[in-house]
Write a protein of this length. Structure first.
Length: 141
């Protein structure tokens, strides 16, 4: 499971700045300048601890995989970077085993899983899609 301490420990160890900044287009954004990374968090768009956890988890996926894109590049696709960040989150925090544990505990609905993992429903949906469609895992077995 993801803990905010995972994000902040990773950032501290890897010299990634975490900067509160109002005006980022999304609640969170990761930028790179050479080998230097920074994560901008717009707390005016982050209305809950669960959303903060989801934003930090996702941005950690971008940093750890280097999955960033140039805004003005016709060759780098936003979707590709987002997929790589989401895949990292699924493989590292929302694993097949973690979902199986949640299902065994009786959490089956998307909202229940979001509460169980304390992450936004969209993050849960992305991970479930990764495991069921990309890895062809059948959680009904």
């Amino acid at each position: 499971m993801f803990e905010l301490s995972c994000f902040y420990d990773y950032c501290k160890t890897n010299h990634v700045d975490v900067i509160p900044y109002i005006g980022v287009p999304q609640p969170g954004a990761t930028v790179r300048d050479g080998n230097y990374y920074a994560v901008f968090l717009d707390f005016s768009k982050i209305c809950s601890a669960r959303l903060l956890r989801g934003v930090c988890c996702h941005e950690l996926g971008h940093i750890a995989t280097g999955a960033l894109h140039r805004v003005d590049s016709p060759y780098e696709l936003v979707e590709r970077s987002e997929y790589r960040a989401n895949r990292y989150v699924a493989q590292r925090f929302l694993t097949e085993a973690a979902f199986r544990d949640a299902f065994r505990a009786g959490y089956t609905e998307l909202w229940q899983l979001a509460e169980y993992f304390d992450l936004p429903e969209q993050d849960i949906k992305n991970a479930l899609t990764y495991w069921s469609e990309r890895k062809e895992i059948d959680f009904n077995k």
